[in-house]
Design a protein around this ligand. Structure first.
Ligand code: NDP
Length: 241
């Protein structure tokens, strides 16, 4: 049985674009989000047959554990893992509720750590590749995004550390850090985090498309001699921040 590609946050946006490219490559994809119907709708629209849709909240350890047990039991072992599940709760720190800070950290940082931890059980014997989705604001910071940028900066440190831990077992771990990408997440971007004027600050002069990020994710998944790297896909935004 060939090995699976598991995409958290695969129902929409960047994750859906990644799932699409993987399916085009002939991979069998497991599309995961909290909303089962949305994951199902994405999975059935992918090219190729027998893709899988599952519901799981990445911030909940037991759900993540059960999801990987179900994958292993019913569908096979995991070869690729992509962590594209993420949320934002933007606002200046003084106006952000501690509950919202916790939700962002639990989903974006803890969630990816939990899925990696669970997937490694499948990968350590046979090798594998993981791509986490960070953000340019994890490197540069952004007013109005303290929790979000902290979660993404944390993902970078986590990615490099895990890459060191598992390299000897032929598991590679990399991070793609997008800038502003046209998805549901940026549709309602607040002015104070760069909405409105954001486009004029991007050297390439436009928001990116999910497919443009997906290409970088696929490149890292398929590059057997790259690990512990951070790849910016931001239209040059980091040069202007
Ligand atoms: P979208 O809002 O379009 O999609 C987010 C995806 O994550 C959905 O599939 C959503 O499904 C899923 N998701 C959210 N919370 C959870 C959860 N707790 N458990 C499981 N799945 C969850 O976002 P994008 O595609 O824009 O973002 C994808 C990733 O890229 C995120 O990590 C984001 O931070 C990052 N990113 C995005 C940028 C952008 O400009 N769009 C820029 C930089 C980074 P559901 O709600 O059903 O769970």
């Amino acid at each position: 049985m060939s090995r699976l590609s598991v995409v958290f946050g695969g129902s929409r946006g960047i994750g859906r674009a990644v799932a699409g490219l993987l399916a085009q490559r002939g991979q069998r994809v497991v599309v995961i989000s909290r909303n089962q119907e949305a994951a199902q709708a994405t999975a059935v629209a992918l090219p190729g047959a027998e893709h899988v849709a599952l519901s799981c909240d990445v911030s909940k350890e037991q759900e993540v554990q059960k999801t990987f047990e179900a994958i292993q039991k019913n569908y096979g072992t995991v070869g690729y893992l992509v962590n594209a599940a993420g949320i934002n709760r933007d606002g200046l720190l003084l106006r952000t509720r501690p509950d919202d800070i916790a939700s962002v950290l639990h989903t974006n940082l803890l969630g990816s750590m939990l899925t990696c931890r669970a997937a490694l059980r499948s990968m350590l014997g046979k090798g594998g590749a993981i791509v986490n989705i960070g953000s340019v604001v994890g490197l540069k910071g952004n007013a109005g995004q303290c929790a979000y940028s902290a979660s993404k900066a944390g993902l970078e440190g986590f990615t490099r550390s895990l890459a060191k831990e598992v390299a000897s077992r032929n598991v590679r771990v990399n991070l793609v850090a997008p800038g502003f990408i046209r998805t549901d997440m940026t549709a309602g971007l607040q002015e104070e985090v760069g909405g409105g004027g954001a486009q004029t600050r991007i050297p390439l002069g436009r928001f990116g498309e999910p497919e443009e990020v997906a290409k970088a994710v696929l490149f890292l998944l398929e590059s057997p001699y790259i690990t512990g790297q951070v790849l910016l896909v931001d239209g040059g935004l980091q040069l202007a921040m």
